[in-house]
Design a protein around this ligand. Sequence first.
Ligand SMILES: *[C@@H]1O[C@H](CO)[C@@H](O)[C@H](O)[C@H]1NC(C)=O
Ligand SMILES: *[C@@H]1O[C@H](CO)[C@@H](O)[C@H](O)[C@H]1NC(C)=O
Ligand SMILES: *[C@@H]1O[C@H](CO)[C@@H](O)[C@H](O)[C@H]1NC(C)=O
Length: 299
Amino acid sequence: MAPLLAAPASSSPKLCRSWRVLLGLLALLVAVDLSAADMYSEIELVWGASRTFFFMDGDSEALALSLDPWQGSCFRSREKYLYVQVDVEIKLIQGDSAGTVCTIYMISEDPWEIHDEIDLEFLGNVTGQPYTLHTNIFANGVGGREQQFRLWFDPTADYHTYSIVWNPKHILILVDGKAIRDFKNNEDQGVPFPTWQSMRTFGSLWSAEDWATQGGRIKTDWSLAPFVGYYRNYNATWCRPSPGVAWCGDEPKSSTRFDLDQKTLADLQWARANQMIYNYCTDAVRFNATTLPKECTLQ
Ligand SMILES: *[C@@H]1O[C@H](CO)[C@@H](O)[C@H](O)[C@H]1NC(C)=O
Ligand SMILES: *[C@@H]1O[C@H](CO)[C@@H](O)[C@H](O)[C@H]1NC(C)=O
Ligand SMILES: *[C@@H]1O[C@H](CO)[C@@H](O)[C@H](O)[C@H]1NC(C)=O
């Protein structure tokens, strides 16, 4: 199936359809083993559908998103969640990806003014230069909580697992099972935290050449289009409440079940020391010491 990967995403819709039928049949045949690997049953295309294609990548059904000078592409989860762990494997654009942004994020629906959002954005770069993993968290419509990380591997060489863990006490971002970011629920200290609006997962590939790469100095080389990023093994696991508790939001405040374990704490410390390249909480130029966001002094 390799030649298909190299084909422009704008290959004729008819071809696309017959491939899908074929792959659908294939997926049906092995459905018993593939319940969680079936991307198509979990997600739907939102825009740029003609620039996407599903294909079997090893044992998994994968989705390719592509971007050309006219449009990118985007999918979202069919379901909305309130407290969940979402894992997805992503293989980023190979070679020169300057100006492109590949994302996986969760966001609540209307009203926008008070929306919640958890963002992972992979900012492309020129060949040989590292991607930046840009993260942000909005609660009650307010974001500005950017943290950026370098990855400790080449994210274009293979799939890696990126996860969002959202429970009543923490939002964690994990890479290959290692926690790199924690946003703690400090509502009792007056810091908003997403606790009541359900969110959907989105994945997208789009162009942000005016700011993404080296502050926008490096533009996209459109002669290399289409740019293609791959997603597979989307796995959303609802937060499971303790026995006798109706849902995770009802866990008693005294419950310790969402407390971070030693490994998570050690991973967070490691990521902060070695992989973090920007932290809004230490941006003295942007925030006057007196106006640092409140959570920065709490965690
Ligand atoms: C999905 O994620 C959950 C929670 O991490 C895990 O227990 C489960 O094994 C995963 N399912 C698959 C098919 O990977
Ligand atoms: C791209 O590479 C340059 C040089 O290594 C680096 O400064 C920059 O942070 C990288 N990422 C982006 C998104 O510009
Ligand atoms: C930062 O705080 C100092 C002292 O409170 C004040 O004089 C200065 O104008 C502030 N600067 C900005 C950019 O808010």
